[in-house]
Design a protein around this ligand. Structure first.
Ligand SMILES: [Ca+2]
Ligand SMILES: [Ca+2]
Length: 928
């Protein structure tokens, strides 16, 4: 898998690998003719009698390179140089074998080394592979990778065999050495973020054992023998695998199979206590690692990843199997037994919400209000700390983890009067950076100074350090330094800014770029950044840690697409918990109806970006489909001209559709839409017949609906501008520009016109205010504007009375051939006199004249036939109208009647037909 992924990356890289072989005689097939014969083009170091070209064992051809153990504390080998370019990444692989007939023993070892040297021969960087220390079953591949440091002009590949103190002995064989030039480090921000995600994903994919359990950590530059999985690493990995499937790094089926395998292992092979999982597991057996605890918070992180994957596969592909498997694990957790609720502000609040939302063993919602938030404005003694108000905890990951999954950007609860949880984490990130900068200079004896830190080199959180795994963090703000100083030793952890990309991208992305460019040769490996480094102590981590790669992956994904937030916020248990704990959303609506002049979202700077064009306003006086009475005219005086709407960093994470009304000046106009994100990336979509309800732009109003996925590649959480560009000079009228979708968090488009709603495509989330109930038929009801301009069917009904004044929030859909709002929420705001009926001929309903749908209508004619659920009415024109009156007495055929009911539609064999629905015997008056 590693090789396949690598090939994909290399094919996509702007500066690909050098195709030319960097080594000669890499298979040791050519000898120097000496006795013993050494491989040609390789330089031997150490006594001549400790190595030779051998035909006894080989992986390819007829020969390999054999080396024996020398004396105590001696290491000898063969090496070959190759030209190297600073800043490019090189990967050395070779195959090593120590046969059981002459096995490495005692302190003996065989290894590969990748070295970089200056023109003067000074060693600038040396990195060694994992060591082979015993006999193995056959030739095994060993690897080591490194980025060539500044000043390097050549690289060196070494095959060495050495030993420590006695006893030692044995020999090892090496064959098929390759050095690949993997190209330079990513040059642009986009490429760096993409590469960080690809490499983090590669960890989650490649470092999983046969049961789908992902390792807790791995070596970033070479193989390792680590065999422990952490369940939190698995949780982050499950989310990353979903995203990788969308990006095409693996197939959907590969993702589904891996996730299913992992969840099946967790359900059937791993022991649990009250539903909680052990923190660490043996990747080979699924059994708990020695001494591990059953961890509440790590179980919660695992469940977030599993439920996320379930939400992803069910919502995107209609596949409920992963959701069911994840819920089975979740429902088995007896939260109150081991986690009665948080006591302080920490990452545990993500677990509190999961526990409150549990349908099986819930915590009471009151635990949400029971823990101390440590709001720092009340605590800070240092003025500097007051510039970053936040819920305080010294270590940054605590602030990142809940919101890697949960979108708290627009949510507030009883504790967020001063700032949201999102703003708190953003401020913690900014403060974390400032704290490092402050400690990069000398400021008194009580104030430690570290040269590692700078404006682009910062990040304190939990991770590896020169003295082991530690919690690095800021000083406690309510104590003066040094008493309040948390652990600080000059160590920087790249996943601190990496995990905050979604919170403070303007400082985090430059930091990641700077670290890669400056210390890439020390910390850039196959899985991205190593966990930590410390320039003051000249210490550089070799390992990556799964949860830290997870923080980087998820945060970048939320920055780029909002996808982790989007599918987490669909999880029913999460929605239940947020409702129970009193969260409300303050998401801005996204509708431009051009009614206020000049509308704030239209910026004067927008037009110039798109050539010659301008925008003007026209009064239409329309009360029907269009929102309001004013529309926008987009005029282009040259091809490609037009005008743009400024969206003001609009969040499109939860929206799926762009919809608006359009009318051409001449008809036949051709329009291109261009959506631009906050980073200036732009995607253009020419309107085609699939987007236009009438197939092409004409001189009548119609609805345009464009799926947002058509604007591929722009940053969903931050949209800046939408342009309407005409392909030829001309003009079009536009109104009701809205972004919406069917996600529960989609911003509802605030509307006053049911007629507009009925013309919207299915899936749009809408909010209708100030409607009057026309009549309630039980499973559904109708409501209309007070001025009777238009009405609409609403599902479900029951309990409403004509004259009820209501507002509705729901999703546009259709049922029985009729547009309807599927209401998530209906609120009643009092009663008015029921709307008077509109008089219309039977032939006119749904055919000509004003649109009566959803209105009370009075019509007349002769009963021309009886139906199972009503009768047919024929008026003077000879046309028939179906009157739906289930379980009511039917008038005699041939009778002349006046009927008062609600105009609707229903599906028939001939398509959707207008009908009149009645509910009471008094609605039919027999005239003769
Ligand atoms: Ca060979
Ligand atoms: Ca308007």
């Amino acid at each position: 898998m590693w090789r396949i992924l690598l090939a994909v990356i290399l094919a996509a890289a702007p500066c690909g690998p050098l195709a030319a072989a960097l080594l000669v005689n890499a298979g040791f097939e050519t000898g120097d003719g000496g006795t013993p014969s050494d491989p040609l083009y390789w330089t031997e170091y150490g006594p001549d009698l400790t190595g030779e070209r051998s035909s006894a064992f080989k992986r390819s051809g007829g020969w390999s390179a054999k080396r024996w153990t020398g004396g105590d504390y001696q290491e000898y080998g063969y090496y070959q140089d190759f030209p190297a370019i600073p800043g490019r990444e090189y990967r050395l692989t070779a195959w090593l074998y120590s046969p059981s007939s002459d096995p490495l023993s005692g302190s003996s070892y065989a290894c590969l080394k990748l070295e970089f040297l200056s023109p003067g021969g000074a060693m600038l960087l040396q990195r060694e592979s994992l060591r082979l220390t015993t006999s193995n079953a056959g030739f095994e591949e060993y690897l080591v990778s490194a980025v060539a440091p500044l000043g390097a002009t050549k690289g060196r590949v070494v095959y060495a065999v050495g030993a420590g103190s006695a006893p030692h002995g044995g020999a090892a064989y090496c064959d098929d050495v390759t050095v690949e030039d993997l190209g330079p480090l990513p040059a642009s921000d986009d490429a760096l973020l993409e590469e960080l995600q690809r490499r983090a994903f590669r960890f989650f994919w490649d470092e999983a054992g046969p049961l789908g359990l992902i390792k807790d950590r791995a070596d970033n530059f070479r193989q390792d023998r680590y065999q422990h999985s952490s369940i939190a690493s698995v949780g982050f990995g499950l989310a990353a695998i979903c995203v990788a499937e969308e990006r095409g790094w693996i197939s959907r089926e590969q993702a589904r199979q891996r996730i299913t395998l992992t969840l099946d292992t967790l359900a059937t092979k791993v022991p649990r206590q009250h539903g909680f999982f052990p923190h660490f597991l043996d990747t080979r057996t699924g059994q708990p690692s020695p001494g591990t605890e059953y961890s509440t918070i790590d179980t919660a992180i695992l469940l977030y990843g599993a439920l996320f994957a379930g939400s992803w596969f069910e919502d995107r592909y209609g596949d409920a199997s992963i959701r069911q498997a994840a819920e089975a694990l979740y429902h088995a957790v007896q939260w109150p037994v081991l986690h009665p609720g948080s006591s302080i502000y920490s990452e545990y609040w993500m677990m509190d919400l999961l526990a409150i939302g549990s349908p099986t063993y819930p915590l009471p919602p009151s635990v949400w209000d029971a823990f101390s938030r440590n709001f720092q404005d009340n605590l800070a003694t240092r003025p500097a700390d007051r510039s970053y108000p936040r819920f305080f905890y010294p270590v940054l990951f605590v602030h990142q983890y809940p919101q890697l999954f949960l979108d708290m950007r627009f949510r507030r609860d009883a504790h967020t009067a001063d700032l949201t949880y999102y703003e708190s984490t953003r401020n913690h990130t900014l403060s974390n950076r400032q704290y490092c900068i402050d400690h990069s200079v000398f400021a008194g004896f009580a104030h430690p100074r570290f040269q590692t830190y700078s404006e682009h080199c910062w990040g304190l959180t939990a991770g590896d350090g020169p003295d082991g795994y530690r919690d690095y963090g800021e000083a406690l703000p309510w104590l003066p330094e040094p008493q309040g100083t948390w652990l600080l030793d000059g160590t920087v952890l790249p996943h601190a800014p990496g995990g905050s990309v979604a919170f403070a991208p303007e400082v985090c992305i430059p930091a990641l770029r700077w670290m890669a460019q400056t210390y890439g040769h020390r910390i850039w490996g196959r899985y991205g950044f190593s966990d930590a480094f410390n320039v003051d102590r000249n210490w550089w981590a070799d390992d990556v840690i799964g949860i830290d790669l997870g923080a980087i992956f998820l945060s970048i994904e939320n920055y780029r697409s909002g996808s982790i937030w989007r599918w987490t916020m669909r999880i029913p248990a999460i929605r239940r918990a947020l409702a129970l704990t009193g969260f409300v959303t303050g998401r801005q609506a996204a509708l431009e109806d051009f009614e206020s002049a000049p509308p704030g979202v239209w910026g004067s700077g927008c037009e110039s970006e798109w050539g010659t064009g301008f925008l003007s306003y026209e009064e239409t006086g329309s009360k029907g489909q269009l929102p309001g009475s004013r529309v926008a005219r987009i005029t282009a005086s040259t091809p490609g001209g037009g005008a743009g709407i400024c969206l003001g960093s609009l969040d499109l994470t939860y929206t799926d559709l762009l919809v608006f009304f359009i009318r051409g000046q001449q008809g036949g106009e051709r329009l291109t839409l261009a959506l631009r994100d906050c980073d200036g990336r732009e995607a253009a979509v020419p309107l085609t017949e699939e987007h236009l309800s009438q197939g092409s732009i004409g001189t009548e109003w119609q609805v345009v609906s464009v799926p947002l996925r058509a604007f591929y590649g722009i940053r969903r959480p931050c949209a800046e501008r939408l342009a309407f560009l005409l392909q030829e000079p001309g003009s079009v009228l536009v109104d009701g520009v809205a972004f919406s979708g069917a996600h529960p968090d989609a911003p509802a488009v605030p509307l006053s016109s049911p007629g507009y709603v009925r013309s919207l495509p299915s899936g749009v989330s809408v909010a209708l205010e100030n409607l009057i109930v026309t009549d309630d038929f039980g499973p559904f009801f109708y409501a209309a504007r007070p001025d009777r301009a238009s009405g609409i069917r609403v599902q479900p009904g029951g309990g409403f009375t004509p004259g009820d004044r209501i507002s509705i929030r729901g999703t546009v859909g259709s049922v029985d051939g009729e547009s309807a709002v599927f209401a998530a929420e209906v609120s009643r705001q009092g009663r008015v006199i029921p709307l008077q009926p509109v008089a219309m001929s039977a032939a006119g309903i749904g055919k000509t004249g004003p649109d009566p749908l959803g209105l009370r209508v009075r019509s007349w004619g002769q009963v021309s036939g009886l139906e199972q659920d009503g009768f047919r009415l024929r008026d003077g024109s000879g046309r028939e109208l179906a009157v739906i009156a289930p379980s009511l007495p039917k008038p005699a055929p041939g009778a002349f009647v006046i009927v008062t009911g609600v105009a609707g539609r229903r599906d028939t064999a001939q398509g959707s037909q207008p009908v009149l629905r009645i509910r009471s015997p008094w609605d039919v008056e027999v005239v003769q």
